[in-house]
Design a protein around this ligand. Structure first.
Ligand code: ADP
Ligand code: MG
Ligand code: ZN
Length: 476
């Protein structure tokens, strides 16, 4: 029997507002514990929450970017539960009437486009943070995060594979970043994902019992946890057992999921409209004003890059995943109209360094001017591509001009035909057996000779010219 997975994601995005959602405390990350708190976010009796308008604006931005329907009236509700990081004993969230419903996020996996539906987008407050002492039976609580604004984005169970789940998350993160409403940093917890997953026989149109997975703070963990869970659930069913509805934690070090608690039901939370907050009424005029401020979004940019620069879809997807990288690419193309060359170098040399350091291109010393100067030297044949890669690293690290580095270190490619001809002759004389092979028809031996000449010239020879010279000598 063949099975398929059914996956729905619940994502929490921490918003980049300066102050918290219901008070004026700072949202700044990394401050001394309990220094960004006030009676409101500490849940003191007699205090009242006041909604931060910027949070609603950010939520509307995301709703517009995902084609969701914005409810003209939405309502904050209390979600009641006890936990030491929740001073009020309830979290202010939205329940029956969320800010927005419907909409979708488009993903592309192995060349196939697919729309993943959204159930809802709602606003809520974050809880505090517990810090457990490793050496003593003591826990500390930091309320700085209490009341930091979150958007919860709930997908329809439209996702079928771990790859699709990761593609959805990456696209959502990219949209949040384009909109400049969330920094999308999964390791630091500003983007958090819970995955709901069940399996069913392929072709069935009913859903199996779902399990909720928590504690996945990177794309890799999401992928691994889902892969493990699919195998675990299929094995249970084939064994004649039942999947239990529960919440499971992903154990990163062992690569397995483990039960955390029985899944709570909505009624366990005793939701009710928060009497301290009036319903949120959104005027359509305001929505239209916000719509005008939206940037070109990743999908539209990607399509334009394919048409305007003739980039393969794969390149366009990667380059437009970051707005800053896309801007860098476009500026480079203005300076040097060779889009595919620029794209190749971005996707290999540049992205390797950026990913290694976890940086955006704007946070480095590299500029479009330096990058295109280097690629121009390569294009003109002044330096070889091996040299260009070395020079790139130095430019990237120091911000020095490629021309200067090439000049200073004498890295110009050898294009002196006479000098190269002599070296080619020498190499052929040294390898009579290979010459014999070539003459008997093994034409690809030429690669070996080119390699030898490159070695002899320490990578400075112009490979195209070497190839021509060798062919002339061998054929002549
Ligand atoms: P709950 O009330 O248990 O949190 P919801 O209906 O709110 O459940 O759905 C939460 C998430 O689980 C959504 O992303 C939804 O798409 C997903 N989901 C719902 N049913 C299933 C299922 N049978 N298998 C996998 N995911 C599911
Ligand atoms: Mg839920
Ligand atoms: Zn406060």
């Amino acid at each position: 029997m063949e099975f398929e997975a059914v996956i729905g994601l619940e994502v929490h995005a921490q918003l980049l507002t300066r102050s918290k959602i219901f008070c004026s405390c700072s949202t700044e990350f990394g401050a001394a514990p309990n220094s960004h708190v006030c009676p409101v976010c500490l849940g003191m009796p007699g205090t009242l929450p006041v909604l931060n308008k910027r949070v609603v604006e950010f939520a509307i931005r995301l709703a517009l970017a995902t084609n969701a329907r914005i409810n003209p009236v939405s309502v904050f509700a209390r979600k009641n539960y006890f936990y030491p990081d929740l001073p009020k004993g309830y979290q202010i969230s939205q329940y029956e009437l969320p800010l927005a419903e419907g909409g979708f996020i488009e993903i592309e996996v192995s060349g196939e486009k697919k729309k993943i539906g959204l159930v809802r987008i709602h606003m809520e407050e974050d809880a505090g943070k517990l810090i457990h002492d490793e050496t003593r039976p003591v826990s500390y609580v930091d309320f700085n995060r209490t009341g930091v604004p979150l958007l919860e984005i709930v997908s329809e169970p439209d996702i079928r594979t771990p790859e699709e789940a990761v593609a959805y998350l990456k696209k959502l993160r990219s949209i949040l970043r384009y909109l400049e409403i969330c920094d999308g940093n999964m390791e630091e917890g500003s983007l958090r994902c819970d995955a709901n997953i069940s399996v069913r026989p392929k072709g069935s149109n009913t859903f199996g019992t779902k399990v909720e997975l928590k504690n996945m703070n990177s794309f890799k963990h999401v992928q691994k946890a889902l892969e493990y869970e699919i195998k675990r659930q299929i094995a249970l069913i084939l064994d004649g057992k039942e999947v239990v509805q529960e919440t499971r934690l992903f154990d990163v070090s062992r690569g397995v999921t483990q039960p955390m608690r029985g899944k709570e039901e909505a009624h366990d939370y005793r939701y009710f409209p928060d009497p301290d907050l009036v319903p949120v009424e959104i005027e359509s005029g305001w929505v239209e004003e916000i719509r005008k401020t939206l940037p070109e979004l990743p999908d539209v940019k990607k399509k334009r890059f394919i048409e305007e620069y003739n980039l393969p879809a794969y390149d366009a997807e990667i380059i437009t995943s970051s707005r800053k990288l896309a801007e860098f690419f476009e500026t480079c193309c203005k300076l040097l109209p060779k889009p595919k060359l620029i794209s190749n170098w971005i996707m290999t040399e540049l992205l390797r360094e950026l990913n290694r350091e976890g940086k955006e291109v704007t946070e480095t010393r590299l500029t479009p001017e330096l990058f295109t100067e280097l690629l121009t030297l390569l294009e003109e044949g002044t330096i070889s591509s091996t040299t260009a890669k070395k020079v790139f690293l130095e430019v990237y690290q120091t911000g020095r001009r490629p021309k200067e580095i090439v000049e200073e270190k004498g890295l110009k490619q050898e294009s002196d035909e006479e000098a190269l001809l002599a070296i080619c002759q020498k190499i052929l004389e040294e390898h009579p057996k290979e010459v014999e092979k070539y003459r008997k028809g093994k034409k690809n031996v030429i690669g070996f000779f080119v390699g030898q000449v490159m070695r002899e010239t320490r990578g400075k020879a112009n490979p195209k010219l070497v190839n021509q010279l060798l062919t002339k000598l061998l054929e002549g």
